[in-house]
Ligand binder design. Structure first.
Ligand code: AMP
Length: 444
């Protein structure tokens, strides 16, 4: 009998797992209270400046087919070979959590026929990406990017427009970063360069110094040798032939035009012959925003992008030139000027404080009345002590607090406190809305 009863209890009481507390998955990050204003500041500023330049917000799904990335990012890229989270869904289809945004955006461009829209099509995209990377400061397994892409513009103005936008955004955020530029040439000129590069690395004295990964890269993807972070490989890359010396005439002209425009706009850049980016689809101009590091470590990249004129065709669309750029949110947040976020915060107009149940009810009604009149009202209805309510009002840097207690409720009045001077006056509760609207129009 007792046993039966115990079983019954077991069925109705959910079993609680014992052991250590639940923890987040390695490489993942929580956004905690207080952190959002900075994210919102970045997003709003990016949205505003991009919209002014004709970029339209779009979105794509987190899940895409695995083959999309194999066909675009490249079979031998680190993203596909090492970092992608992929799985077979119940129907047997291989899916991937998107590790980068461009392939999904390009798929959407083709699938929805955006080539029928007036070109160039300019898009702004924001969302999380997943890479099983080695976690460290500024590197997570889920991170967020802002992507800007321009479709249908073959000329150098597309890159210039993107770089100009990045320059404006960095200014708006108070981030002093460096813009690195290189050209990866095209299908006509790059093979000659790669031959020379392979020759250089195959020399015995060079080959012996390569890390095991770079020995594989020498066969599969020699350009990536320039990008290796191992100190010995980095040193070797310094002496390697430079792609810029092998560009064909049209690629050379394209790069010269980009640089001329940037010079005319007064945008500083750094020509970096080792900048190759880790993906297969780039051609011609590639660029990166880096934060020069004070220590001997590699500069941290805040963003990167480039031209990808063949990608749309290679995924089954009409040949369409395109280029894009991605900024990493978590990295921007490391360098964002906190003062810029602070001044962007709207200071509430009024703080409503109350003492007791009756006054609380009244201030709830007043809250709605003032809010509907267009005022930004803050309150702490769950706090009882006046001291702690006024402390919060101070923290929020509110100009006025309205205080209602039992006495005021009975008299049909309310106390208006100037939070800067500390002076107080009694107002008629019925006239409080019109008085506050007048006062705030004066002080704003
Ligand atoms: P990529 O798509 O690799 O060119 O990355 C564009 C930008 O996203 C980088 O410059 C970084 O700012 C950011 N980023 C890339 N990978 C990560 C990561 N694992 N964690 C945080 N930010 C990242």
């Amino acid at each position: 009998m007792t046993k039966k009863h115990d079983k019954l209890v077991d069925l109705v009481t959910p079993s609680r797992p014992t052991g250590p507390i639940a923890h987040r998955v390695k490489g993942m990050k929580d956004i905690q209270p207080g952190a959002y204003p900075a994210w919102e500041f970045l997003l709003q500023s990016a949205g505003r400046l991009a919209r002014l330049r004709g970029f339209e917000r779009i979105d794509t799904p987190v899940l895409e087919s695995y083959s999309l990335y194999e066909r675009s990012s490249g079979r031998t890229s680190d993203i596909v070979t090492k970092e992608m989270y992929s799985f077979l869904d119940k129907s047997g289809e291989r899916l991937a959590l998107r590790p980068e945004a461009t392939p999904g955006i390009v798929r959407a461009y083709i699938e929805h026929g955006w080539f029928n829209l007036p070109q160039p099509v300019k898009t702004l995209w924001y969302g999380p990406l997943f890479r099983r990377d080695k976690p460290q400061l500024g590197r997570y397994r889920q991170h967020y990017q802002l992507n800007f892409d321009i479709f249908g513009e073959p000329g150098p103005l597309a890159e210039v427009e993107l770089i100009f936008l990045i320059h404006e955004l960095l200014n708006d955020w108070g981030i002093e970063a460096q813009i690195d530029i290189n050209s990866l040439g095209c299908v006509d000129c790059r093979p000659n360069y790669i031959n020379e590069l392979v020759k250089y690395y195959k020399e015995k004295k060079h080959r012996e110094q390569l890390c095991p990964d770079c020995r594989k890269r020498l066969i599969k993807n020699p350009l990536r040798l320039l990008d290796c972070k191992e100190p010995a490989c980095e040193a070797l890359a310094q002496g390697a032939p430079q792609l810029i010396d092998f560009l064909c005439e049209p690629c050379k002209q394209h790069l010269v035009k980009v640089l001329e425009f940037l010079d005319n706009l007064g945008i500083q850049y750094n020509l970096n012959s080792q900048l190759v980016r880790g993906l297969d689809y780039y051609n011609r101009t590639v660029f990166e925003v880096v934060m020069p590091s004070e220590s001997a470590q590699r500069p941290l990249a805040l963003g990167g992008g480039g031209r990808y004129d063949q990608l749309i065709e290679s995924l089954g669309g009409r040949p369409t030139p395109a280029c894009g750029f991605a900024l990493g949110m978590e990295r921007l947040l490391l360098y964002l000027d906190p003062h810029k976020v602070e001044v962007s915060q709207t200071r509430p107009d009024v703080f409503l404080a109350q003492l007791g149940d009756g006054p609380r009810l009244k201030s709830l009604q007043l809250f709605e009345e003032l809010r509907q009149a267009g005022l930004t009202v803050h309150q702490a209805f769950t706090k009882n002590s006046l001291k702690s309510q006024l402390a919060l009002a101070n923290q929020l840097k509110v100009k006025y607090a309205l205080i209602i207690g039992q006495k005021e409720l009975l008299d049909g009045t309310i106390l208006l406190r100037d939070m800067e001077s500390g002076s107080q006056e009694v107002l008629d509760l019925k006239r409080v809305k019109s008085i506050m609207l007048k006062r705030l129009a004066k002080t704003k």
